[in-house]
Design a protein. Structure first.
Length: 243
C-alpha cells in the first residue's frame, strides 16, 4: 500500500466528504409554487418546504442516481428519509450562499476534479471512464448528461468553498492531535494489512488536513441545526396534502 498516495486520496475526498452527505447532487431550488399540471398529468410531489423553497420527489430520485458519482459511497445503502434530510440541509446552505456570495469556481477546476473522479469511481473501470466516450456512457447510464454532471459538480465545489471559508478559518490542529491520529488510526490501519506505515513526519501535513475537515464537519452540523431552528422547515409525508 502506498501510504502517501492513499492518505492524499483520503485528504482530497475528506474535503468533499465534509459536505458530501449534503452535496451528492446539486440542484436549483424549486419555485415556491409548482406550475399547474394539465388534466390527467401526474405532477411532481412536494416532499418538503424549506423557508418557502420546495423539495420535490424528483429531487429525491436524482439524489439516489447521483450517488453513483461518490467514489466511496454505496448506492445500495440509499435511504429515502436520509436523502430528504440532506436535501433540506442543502437547501438551507444554498439559501445562505445567495446571501453571502463567494468568488465562482472555474470550469477548469471542475474538469480537473472530475478527471480525478473518473479514476476513483470503482464502477467506472468497466466503462473505461478514462476515455471521453466511456465517461459519457457511464454518466448516461445514471440518467444524466456530461453537462449536467459538470454543472452539479461546479455547484457542489462552490458550496464546499463557501463552507470552508466560513468554518475553516481559525481552526488550529496541534502536533499532539496529529500524533494521536497517527498512533491510533493511521498505524493500526497499516498493521491490519501487515504493511509498514510511512513516518509521522512524511504524512503529518496530510493528517492535519483530515483533522481539519473533521472539525469543519462538526461546525457545519451545528450551524445547520441553528438554521433549522431559526427557519421554517416542513416535511410533507406521503399521506399528507400539500397546503
Amino acid at each position: 500500500m502506498n501510504g502517501v498516495s492513499k492518505l492524499d486520496r483520503v485528504a482530497r475526498w475528506m474535503r468533499l466528504a465534509c459536505v458530501a452527505m449534503l452535496m451528492l447532487s446539486m440542484r436549483l431550488p424549486a419555485q415556491s409554487t409548482p406550475a399547474p399540471a394539465k388534466e390527467g398529468t401526474v405532477i411532481d410531489r412536494v416532499v418538503a418546504v424549506v423557508n418557502g423553497d420546495l423539495i420535490l420527489e424528483s429531487d429525491v430520485d436524482e439524489e439516489r442516481r447521483f450517488a453513483a458519482f461518490e467514489p466511496y459511497g454505496d448506492r445500495a445503502q440509499f435511504s429515502r428519509d436520509r436523502a430528504v434530510e440532506r436535501l433540506i440541509d442543502r437547501t438551507l446552505i444554498l439559501q445562505q450562499t445567495r446571501l453571502q456570495p463567494e468568488e465562482g469556481v472555474t470550469s477548469a477546476a471542475v474538469k480537473e476534479q472530475l478527471q480525478s473522479l473518473r479514476r476513483d469511481i470503482p464502477a467506472c473501470k468497466q466503462y473505461h471512464c478514462e476515455t471521453d466516450a466511456g465517461w459519457a456512457k457511464f454518466v448516461a447510464d445514471q440518467g444524466f448528461t456530461v453537462a449536467e454532471v459538470e454543472r452539479r459538480w461546479q455547484q457542489r465545489m462552490q458550496t464546499l468553498k463557501f463552507v470552508e471559508v466560513r468554518f475553516r478559518m481559525g481552526i488550529r490542529i496541534s502536533p499532539e492531535e496529529i500524533k494521536s491520529y497517527y498512533d491510533k488510526t493511521f498505524v493500526p490501519a497499516y498493521s491490519r494489512q501487515q504493511d509498514t506505515p510511512p513516518t509521522l513526519e512524511s504524512v503529518s501535513d496530510r493528517i492535519q488536513e483530515v483533522l481539519l475537515e473533521q472539525q469543519v464537519t462538526s461546525l457545519l452540523e451545528d450551524w445547520l441545526k441553528t438554521l433549522r431552528a431559526q427557519g421554517t422547515v416542513r416535511i410533507i409525508r406521503p399521506d399528507e396534502v400539500t397546503p
